[in-house]
Design a protein around this ligand. Structure first.
Ligand SMILES: Cc1cc2nc3c(=O)[nH]c(=O)nc-3n(C[C@H](O)[C@H](O)[C@H](O)COP(=O)(O)OP(=O)(O)OC[C@H]3O[C@@H](n4cnc5c(N)ncnc54)[C@H](O)[C@@H]3O)c2cc1C
Length: 434
């Protein structure tokens, strides 16, 4: 395509979840307006909490949205000082491992809708297009002057043209088939893990007999093939609860849900209580307060994609690497992707002429990182549920838990951009001038 500075490129983002929004905001802060196409009628998130871990907090700060996110938590600083306290899920709730903080590591527990609200304040709604469900992306053939155009086709029979398409449309991404050449079914698999989610008023949990305090940091209750995560949101008034159940009798990717079964279904509380029969009184007290649990059939991107990029189309967030949630790292990885994409697109040496190589380098840097976090999340679930390599004794658990999340968190903010710049200089795409 013709040489044009990046600021003249028409950049489209498909999907306005946290990752798509953050990419659009980061670009806008660098003077680049991307057009954002969202399937829903407005920005929205599910009624649940989310943990934003240290690597993601650093990105929020760098992009300039952290204070607004914190304001939604009613605080002016990240509200957690450590990662998780791991306890037995059985009667005594015995402490197994306490992941206290390391210097500079801070994280946030927040309601998802509040998180999204904080981000939306930073976006110009004139560049956001709602009720635009992408059904596919196509590329017009190259013309004699070397130009080609990407077209995003929507379910309402309209379409939009772009020079660069960034797919952040989540696990069922309609952009992904353009990149992979494969159908959604080939890369989206049931993870053999389900979870029950609910929000519980802290006072209600106490009245039901819950003795533990979640205000300082999340807790993970460990058990065989099951575990429960609980953390405070809304200034400590609400506890976000997620109770997981896994089936390891079949390898990942082999179990199929009955056709047409939705990913999320409301279930009676009795079903949840039955799953956790025999567990300790703290866990049971917490679960008994979930009024109407939602059962999630967790899907993941599997097998991993060979590339996140084809030509001038790139995937990021769950569209590229939806993972099990056991490290609370999924959106954090998507934010790392968004951060790098925005920095690369805003670089003064990026142009229409070199954009394809630049996106290839994005893929080279982000794919190994996100896929290792994908594997780490799987490993974390195995440890929590009795299948860690050191076994399920207290000592074995402690050994396996000790270093688990560090590789996710301890990441220099600009590490990816430094690596990408070095690679682009090596390829002769960037010079040392900027
Ligand atoms: C139980 C559970 C707990 C989790 N806990 C955490 C946690 O604590 N911390 C963490 O970091 N991560 C967590 N995650 C992972 C996290 O939720 C995801 O990684 C994150 O939401 C992905 O964001 P995204 O923007 O890529 O995708 P999504 O949030 O799925 O957003 C996709 C957006 O695209 C839109 N869209 C979809 N299809 C189309 C289309 N065809 N055309 C246009 N728009 C479209 C959707 O409406 C949506 O707005 C958890 C996941 C689960 C299942």
């Amino acid at each position: 395509m013709a040489a044009s500075p990046a600021k003249e490129l028409r950049i489209a983002i498909v999907g306005g979840g946290v990752c798509g929004l953050m990419c659009a905001i980061a670009l806008a802060k660098n003077g680049i307006t991307a057009q954002l196409y969202e399937a829903a009628a407005k920005f929205g998130e599910i009624g649940a909490g989310i943990g934003i871990n240290p690597n993601a907090v650093r990105i929020l700060r760098d992009i300039g949205v952290l204070n607004d996110v914190l304001a939604k938590t009613g605080s002016n600083r990240p509200n957690r000082t450590g990662w998780m306290q791991f306890r037995s899920g059985m009667q005594d709730s015995e402490l197994v491992y306490d992941y206290t903080t390391l210097p500079g590591q801070e994280s946030i527990g927040i309601h998802r809708a509040a998180f999204l609200d904080a981000l939306v304040q930073h976006i110009d709604l004139k560049s956001c297009h709602f009720n635009k469900r992408c059904i596919r992306v196509s590329e017009s053939p190259l013309s004699t002057n070397g130009n080609s155009e990407l077209t995003i086709h929507f379910a309402d029979s309209t379409s939009a043209e772009a020079d660069v398409v960034l797919g952040a449309d989540g696990i069922k991404s309609a952009v992904r088939p353009f990149v992979t050449g494969a159908s959604t079914a080939e890369h989206v698999k049931f993870s053999n893990t389900i979870c029950y989610r609910g929000l519980v008023p802290t006072e209600q949990a106490k009245s039901a007999g819950m003795r533990l305090d979640f205000s300082d940091r999340p807790m993970c209750f460990l058990g065989q093939d099951k575990h429960v995560i609980a953390f405070s949101i809304k200034g400590g008034h609400i506890i976000n609860v997620v109770a997981f159940v896994s089936d390891r009798t079949v390898p990942m990717g082999e179990a199929q849900l009955p056709p047409g079964q939705p990913a999320v279904v409301p279930v009676p509380r009795e079903q949840l209580m039955k799953e956790y029969e025999g567990w300790g009184s703290d866990v049971l007290a917490l679960l008994s307060c979930i009024d109407k649990p939602d059962k999630w059939n967790i899907h993941v991107v599997y097998p991993p994609l060979q590339s996140y990029v084809k030509g001038r189309v790139a995937l990021f967030g769950d569209a590229a690497h939806a993972m099990l949630p056991h490290l609370g790292a999924g959106s954090g990885q998507g934010l790392e992707d968004a951060h790098l994409l925005a920095k690369l697109l805003a670089h003064p040496q990026t142009s229409g002429e070199n954009i394809e190589t630049i996106l290839q380098v994005y893929d080279e840097i982000r794919r190994p990182r996100t896929q290792s976090v994908w594997e780490g999340s799987m490993r974390a679930g195995e440890i929590y549920e009795g299948y860690g390599i050191s076994g399920s004794s207290r000592e074995g658990l402690r050994k396996d838990l000790e270093d688990l999340p560090e590789f996710v968190w301890i990441r220099e903010l600009n590490q990816d951009m430094q690596d990408a710049t070095a690679r682009l200089q090596q390829l002769g795409v960037f010079t040392n001038e900027d």
